[in-house]
Structure formats: C-alpha cells, structure tokens
Design a protein around this ligand. Sequence first.
Ligand SMILES: Cc1cc2nc3c(=O)[nH]c(=O)nc-3n(C[C@H](O)[C@H](O)[C@H](O)COP(=O)(O)O)c2cc1C
Length: 213
Amino acid sequence: MNDSLIQLRREYSRRSLNEQDVDPNPFVQFGHWLDEAIRSEMIEPNAMILATASADALPSARVVLLKGFDERGFLFFTNYESRKAEELRKNPQAALLFYWGELGRQVRIEGTVEVASREESREYFRTRPMESRIGAWASKQSSVIPGRAFLEEQVNRVKQQFPDDEVPLPPFWGGFRLKPAAFEFWQGRENRLHDRLRYSPKGGLWVIERLSP
Ligand SMILES: Cc1cc2nc3c(=O)[nH]c(=O)nc-3n(C[C@H](O)[C@H](O)[C@H](O)COP(=O)(O)O)c2cc1C
C-alpha cells in the first residue's frame, strides 16, 4: 500500500433530517428508517456493528443481526461464551451502529446490555433453520480450532446427538438486549454539511439536539 489516500467522491441524495419532521420518539424514528432501508432492498439492512469493550477498556467490534426492537431495546442473538459475551458480562456498556450507505444514513445507539429471557431465546431459536440450530451447537464461538475439518466433525457429532431433528436451545446460546441511553441519526448532505440529530432521555421524554457535522 502506498501513501496515496483513497479518493472516492459520492453524491448525496436530497434527503434531509429536520427537527420538525423527525418523530419525537427515537424508536419510532428508527422504525421509519429501518423500513426505508428494507424497502430499498439493500443486503442485510438489519446488520449492525456491535462495539464492546473489555473490563480494561480495550474496544472490539463485529457485525450482528438485529432481530427485534421495541422500547425495551435492541435484540440480537449470539453465543454466551463468545468474546463479545465475555466482554459484555464484565462491562455491559456497548454501542450499536447501523450504516445504510445506499441511503447516506448512519444511526448510532449507545446503552447498556442485558441478557434476554430464556423463553425469548427459545422462541427465536425455534424459528431458525435446522442447519443453523446445529451450527449453534457445533461452534464454540471465538475459540481457536485446529482446522475446518474439526468444525465438520462437530457438526456430525451434534447430528448424532439429536438424530430426530429436535435440536433444543443450547444452554450457551441466546439473546442480548441493548437498552439505549442515546441515539444519533445522521443523514449525509452535500459539502459535508450533514444533518445530525441526537436524542437523549430527560424526565421521561427525549431531548433532540442538532450536532455539528
Ligand atoms: C452480516 C453478518 C451478520 C452476523 N450476524 C451475527 C449474529 O447475529 N450473531 C453472532 O453471534 N454473530 C454474527 N456474525 C458474526 C460476528 O460478526 C462475529 O464474527 C462473531 O459473533 C464472533 O464475534 P466475537 O468473537 O467478538 O464474539 C455476523 C457476521 C456478519 C458479517
């Protein structure tokens, strides 16, 4: 790699974000933007970056899929023994980031993460295809493995363990819910004069403030 910077220019659409037009409730506003992202037919509009930090404040980030949201928070599913889960257990503060490039949009959400109920995790797990239920059992997520063949052996082992296609929720797998303490909606505009609106909770309501781009 040489030292020339990557030069890409993009044209932002005429979309804008105004204090008068946004919903006073950030969950409702998020729902509008998620709907538009889904309607735009982009790949995985529910993909979000989850940023965590270890107990000694070393950050890490990865993509997970949003599987539901309401006023209680943003729900995703994972392995409870993975690196992210380990970090969340020791430091439940986390951030989510949605980047919808086709729409020139970003949403940042920060908050505290809680473990979802077993019932909720069981209900979601039941909806997953058989192969991915087997995959959840077979993968000790984030651990070092000797090679691809090892994973395939684990899959075969799980298939023998549950021969009648009844694959229950693994005890080490389930949901987390991030309860937002702040949202920021970002709409790309021309000449770097982007719109940024931050929602912060105050006295049971959400205060909306504009941030400089
Ligand atoms: C598009 C996409 C969606 C993903 N969805 C999930 C998910 O919902 N849950 C999950 O545990 N990992 C998901 N992953 C894998 C994670 O990014 C990551 O590799 C894995 O969870 C291990 O992370 P950790 O070692 O930090 O715990 C997804 C990856 C991509 C690229």
